[in-house]
Design a protein around this ligand. Structure first.
Ligand SMILES: [Zn+2]
Length: 243
């Protein structure tokens, strides 16, 4: 098990850690700031640096097959000789990429508050975010962009808390996502609360206040199927992929 420092502090960019495994699948650490791809959010990139200055570039982060396993991936062909279990490293993530993920992830929750329909797909990257809503009514791009801007300007605090399975069962509306059900049987579930706006199970990395979301706009609305409307978000002024 890796101690998941990003769960409690999404703004933490670096930590000291000890290597616990080096395999072709990836590097494992006793603790990490690297978020593994999941819940629609892309994994972190960055570097592991030893005290002697040796640096290993981390190209992505994924969950392993064992519960709680986090794999720090390296580029194919990387020479891992010299890297071994027990070595102390400083693990540092790409700050700009993380900040983009935080802003977009919180923005997708704002979108959920504006579009009261179930979500059946989600993708959050550094360049764009998209949410697929299970609905057939039309959506207005400019109205949604204005709605996000209003919630950003209102500077709502964003935070995580834990609720029990019993509380969740008593509030089925908390489960917005049709494709990803919150884990049950653990006794408690982590929920992301945007005060007065949105509450839903989420393990991703978020900003601490909606004001930090900044200038996010709806760049595209697509009809993916009879019952799916895809909303794509981008940073205002940024050129980037829209699907
Ligand atoms: Zn989320």
């Amino acid at each position: 098990m890796t101690d998941e420092l990003f769960r409690d502090d999404a703004g933490l960019l670096a930590c000291d850690a000890t290597i616990t495994a080096v395999t072709e699948a990836g590097i494992e650490l006793d603790r990490t700031v690297f978020y593994p791809q999941g819940g629609g959010q892309a994994g972190d990139t960055g570097a592991l640096v030893r005290a002697d200055g040796a640096t290993l570039a981390i190209t992505d982060t994924r969950k392993g097959t064992a519960p709680g396993q986090i794999l720090h991936l390296v580029a194919p062909g990387t020479d891992l000789s010299g890297w071994a279990t027990g070595q102390a490293v400083t693990a540092t993530i790409d700050a700009a990429r993380r900040q983009a993920h935080r802003r977009f992830h919180t923005a997708t929750h704002l979108l959920c508050a504006l579009v009261p329909h179930p979500v059946d797909g989600c993708s959050i990257t550094a360049g764009y975010a998209r949410l697929d809503f299970h609905m057939n009514e039309p959506l207005d791009k400019d109205a949604l962009t204005a709605g996000i801007a209003r919630l950003v300007a209102a500077a709502h605090p964003v935070g995580t808390r834990w609720i029990t399975d019993a509380e969740l069962d008593a509030n089925p509306g908390l489960v917005r996502s049709m494709s990803v059900q919150p884990p049950r049987g653990l006794g408690r579930i982590r929920v992301l609360e945007i005060e007065g706006v949105d509450l839903q199970p989420c393990g991703g990395t978020h900003v601490a206040n909606t004001a930090e979301v900044g200038d996010v706009m709806v760049t595209k609305i697509e009809k993916k199927s009879a019952m799916t409307r895809r909303v794509v978000l981008g940073f205002a002024g940024a050129a980037g992929p829209t699907n």
